[in-house]
Ligand binder design. Sequence first.
Ligand code: ASN
Ligand code: ZN
Length: 319
Amino acid sequence: SDTQRAWALENLHSSGQFRGQRQMQEAVWTLTPTGTKRRTVYDAAGATTLPGKLVRSENDPPSKDVAINEAFDGSGAVYDFYLAKFKRNSVDDKGMRLDSTVHYDHKYDNAFWNGQQMVYGDGDGSLFNRFTISVDVIGHELTHGVTQYEASLSYQGESGALNESMSDVFGSMVKQFVNKQKATKADWLIGQGLLTKKVHGVALRSMSAPGTAYDDPVLGKDPQPDNMKKYVKGTQDNGGVHINSSIPNRAFYLAATTLSPTGYSWDKAGAIWYEVLCNRLRPNSGFADCRDLTIQVAKDLYGAAEQKLVRKAWKMVGL
Ligand code: ASN
Ligand code: ZN
């Protein structure tokens, strides 16, 4: 089949027998039909060399290692979500392979997209569990890849907080898609299950009630603001990209639940945000730009009633 020929091309390339990376990519794209998931999972075995040892590829049986299977299944769910709801064919919309590395470093308390692949730590077991445990976190990391290929939001200040927010918005929708949850039935938490039982908290972040996800003697209190009036300035965290992302996050939560009171987040709000991410935002766009663009796209896609609800959602977070 074409798919098998595409994989054969990639294998030839990996073994150094094929022409250039670019030509190889183009050959793979033209041979791989939309809807073909191409996933790999690697094991860093506690080290930081990427990608590590290949431990699972498409069509392989499940591993005995739960983190390997969660990375594999989670990236599959993210692929399925983007294709089913936005007709998007992988991170680059050209069928790009989804590569993940698990067991990165020792007791590593994070997960990240490195510009080419996902990377997951095991957590220290004291504060954090393994980072593959929450499918919204997998959706969050892969959406950094989508943003890189689309709006390319600069990772600092307001554009960086929008970049972070897009990852939470689509990560949360991935979880709602997997759980078949309507907007008003979702918990709107990011990273539920990631904090150990020892921690006083329920998740990494709350999109509906920012600032309430945890309050713990070791971790401190969830620092996220629920309104532009409380925007956190400073140089830490690239100007608070993981802090102030809660402001556009809550605008999305309010838009999704009011635009689709009996439906799904992606029905209207998700479709608006997706169009804005892919075709309207620019690398240096800020919160007010995102507000104006989502208000405009609500009118373009749906009409005046929807436009009014999106305007109201942003107004409620001080924009
Ligand atoms: N988990 C974090 C994120 O995806 C890692 C980072 O700071 N880039 O935003
Ligand atoms: Zn992120």
